[in-house]
Design a protein around this ligand. Sequence first.
Ligand code: ADP
Ligand code: FDM
Length: 212
Amino acid sequence: MGVRRGALIVLEGVDRAGKTTQCKRLVQALRDSGKEAEMMRFPDRTTMIGQLISSYLEKKSNLEDHTVHLLFSANRWEQVPLMKKKLEQGISLVVDRYAFSGVAFTSAKPGFSLEWCQNPDVGLPKPDLVMFLQVNPAEVAGRGGFGDERYETSVFQRAVQQKFEQLIKDPSVNWKVIDAARSIEDVHTEIKTLSENAINIAENQPIGELWK
Ligand code: ADP
Ligand code: FDM
């Protein structure tokens, strides 16, 4: 009997929704219950492509909008061999942002259709579960202000939020909307339960292909 594969679990949501906090808590909880789990995040700023993206986000360089979109996608594709290897070894991956951020952020810019934005990510490993941490901007104002990076303005974040709301309607993706305005602990409890279910289901299924 082969090793049961791990699950690909993604957390999405706007700035300060609690994605990073919850990814870390989830990995710890899964490990505590004897499951193998690792955290990943996109963009992965450590690679050569990631460094181009990081410099763009820090406003140290400018990149044409289509170009940077394709770099974000390439930054996911370059991790695919490693992701598949880990999943096949039985390690569940908990991922802070994925292709959905890619589409929501670029399509919030003028002149970009959802379809054009999705195309470069078609065929990526399909998440077994995507949790959207739902908050309204007024509720998270107390979690601190915006930083200085590109995209960190309330006007742009509202446009991004609307694009996420369109993406969530896609029934080909296993979306779960989480009320992320609750305490860290309450949000964690729900995320952990959903993730454990997804891990149990995924272990008997092949890895899917996103948007295909
Ligand atoms: P994101 O990764 O979505 O930008 P973070 O996890 O970095 O969000 O959280 C942003 C800030 O809000 C951090 O200071 C974090 O401690 C705090 N925070 C996260 N979740 C909650 C919550 N449920 N309630 C209150 N504060 C939170
Ligand atoms: N972002 C992230 C994109 O525009 N496209 C993508 O494909 C991804 C994964 O980059 F503003 C944006 C979203 C956010 C920034 O910030 C990354 P964090 O703080 O590293 O998540």
